[in-house]
Design a protein around this ligand. Structure first.
Ligand code: ADP
Ligand code: ASP
Ligand code: MG
Length: 410
């Protein structure tokens, strides 16, 4: 007998018909002799609907009350799925994050999981019940309800699977696996049978939202076999594993992209020690994450300092940088919040020096200007104008022949 954790996302539980389909899938897994824990998202659109409601009442709603509000979405679906399971004769019990004692830190709307107690879930499993857990939510040390950030149900599922030492954590969604890029942008994208944790982590951190990045971190850290599958059609999905696929050893595995980027440059800063720290300190103190950083010495004792932030933080970061510009007697602040980041990812890239050349030539042939470049052993990211994002993704997908199955390396 295996222990399976199944997570169903918003579209998979988007209406009563879908919930009935999920109930049947859960029943089939249980009937096959497995113990089953189900983790659910809110119905698709629900979380956004509630955020909009809150904004109608207050420009800047209390983070604590936001979390109380948003967790109701998952509380609704766990009760409904349990009822659907009862209707099929399956003994099922719903549990909120608090009831499974999923403990988090106290940073509302982006809380981190500290601990999950297995006792409450195991008690029900032992009695033969399917346990249906509300994803995305926990409780902090101050007794407040917290949420784990958008897409956080993935992380709830993996954390529960890790604690219960589940045999597999299955993430059911509206696509039948992880593709070479978002199939909504490139219809020729190809489903991958498997992808390494390293690559999936990179893809998730570079904007691929099929899995929340922290769920991949957790699965990698606690060695939880993780699989992405469709709740709409049958198939083996994509396994995220430590094993590099020997048959498929592609140079590039996928293309990730992120539209939520903004770029800021402080020009004419004195080229002296501590300057980078002085520029970034107020940004860090305002809790703004900084991503790609470039410093360029321009030769006259001055330097230009450029970095990217999330588009939502653009105005705030710009204001803070303008104050730094005055205090450092720098020349000017420039900003652009109509840019996007496109990245190619692959563990096979490091020993193929022609990859960057192919990427830059491809973008050049399409007339797409590159504003900034960042590299690591397994990725190359470029910033481009956001109006060229789709074109960049599709032309790179073609240039790296991602639509066709890679051949076995001799
Ligand atoms: P859920 O509500 O089930 O959590 P999400 O919307 O969070 O679903 O994630 C699924 C979506 O991720 C897909 O509909 C797809 O458009 C998008 N996506 C982006 N990049 C990829 C990729 N490389 N492979 C598969 N799906 C991707
Ligand atoms: N309902 C939450 C969201 O929309 C969590 C999730 O779906 O994973 O982000
Ligand atoms: Mg999701």
């Amino acid at each position: 007998m295996a222990l399976i954790v199944q997570k169903y996302g918003g579209t998979s539980v988007g209406n009563v018909e879908r919930i009935k389909v999920v109930a049947k899938k859960v029943k089939a897994t249980k009937d096959a002799g497995n113990d089953v824990v189900v983790v659910l998202s809110a119905m698709s659109g629900e979380t956004n609907r509630m955020i909009a409601l809150a904004k109608e009442l207050h420009e800047n709603p209390s983070p604590r009350e936001m979390d109380v509000l948003l967790t109701t979405g998952e509380q609704t679906t766990i009760a409904l799925l349990s009822m659907a399971l009862h209707d099929l004769g399956v003994d099922a019990v719903s549990m909120t994050g608090d009831q499974v004692r999923l403990k988090t830190d106290s940073s509302h709307s982006k809380a981190r999981i500290l601990d999950v107690e297995t006792e409450n879930i195991e008690k029900h499993l032992k009695q033969g019940r399917v346990v249906v857990v509300a994803g995305f939510q926990g409780r902090c040390q101050y007794n407040n309800i917290t949420t784990l950030g958008r897409g956080g149900s993935d992380t709830s599922a993996v954390a529960i699977a890790a604690t219960l030492k589940a045999d597999e954590c299955q993430i059911y969604t509206d696509v039948d696996g992880v593709y070479t890029t978002d199939p909504r942008v490139e219809p020729n994208a190809r489903r991958l049978d498997s992808i390494t944790f390293e690559e999936m982590l990179e893809m998730a951190s570079l904007g691929t939202k099929v899995l929340q990045i922290r769920s991949v971190e957790f699965a990698g850290k606690y060695n939880v076999p993780l699989r992405v599958l469709s709740s709409f059609k049958d198939g083996g999905g994509t396994l995220i594993s430590y094993e590099e696929n020997k048959m498929e050893s592609p140079v590039i595995s996928g293309i990730a992209f992120n539209r939520d980027e903004a770029r800021l440059t402080l020009s004419g800063v004195p080229d002296q020690p501590t300057v980078a720290a002085q520029i970034l300190s107020p940004i860090g103190e305002a809790n703004i994450d900084v991503d790609m950083i470039v410093q360029n010495t321009v030769g006259n004792g001055n330097t230009d300092f450029t970095f990217t932030v999330h588009r939502d933080d653009y105005q705030k970061a710009k204001e803070l940088l303008e104050a730094v510009c005055v205090s450092l007697q720098a020349e000017s602040v420039q900003g652009n919040n109509e840019i996007a980041k496109v990245s190619i990812v692959g563990v096979g890239m490091w020993n193929h020096p022609g990859v960057a050349k192919t990427m830059f030539e491809t973008l050049g042939q399409e007339g797409i200007n590159i504003h900034q470049i960042a590299t690591s052993e397994i990725k190359i990211s470029v910033l481009v104008d956001d109006k060229y994002l789709e074109l960049a993704v599709r032309s790179l997908h073609k240039a790296f022949e991602l639509a066709t199955e890679p051949k076995e390396e001799k």
